[in-house]
Design a protein around this ligand. Sequence first.
Ligand SMILES: [Cu+2]
Length: 151
Amino acid sequence: MRFHRRLLLVGLLAAVPAMAQDATQGELSIGQGWTRAAGANGTGVGYLSIRNTGAVADRLLSASTPAARTVELHTMLREAEVMRMRPVGGIPLPPGETVTLAPGGLHLMLIGLAAPLVVGADVPLTLRFERAGTVTVPLRIQAAGARRPAH
Ligand SMILES: [Cu+2]
């Protein structure tokens, strides 16, 4: 597991840009999907924003993409002054709230990339929710050092 300590600091300082919504599924609006350039056989990241516009809680159960062998849901936890990644079994989506997966916090890990992730292309990511079902959204591939979605 890689440490994301540097990403955490930058993530906390970064201003959150206005969210353009890319997809709607049931009561969920999913937008600002992005990832970073990466090599084949490596590991990529995935970030996006999910707004639950309904009155009932939902939950992101899992994600998948043809671009990677498997996708894990991760969070960051502080352990003895070091931030470490930990897999989580799901991501709660409280009613009326927006949950943002971003550097330094909740994120997706794209494990076993089938091909390099090339800047400017999109990775199709399929999300499976407890209530809303499944939806596929694009993750725009940003430069390797990117800290936030492009405008
Ligand atoms: Cu991770």
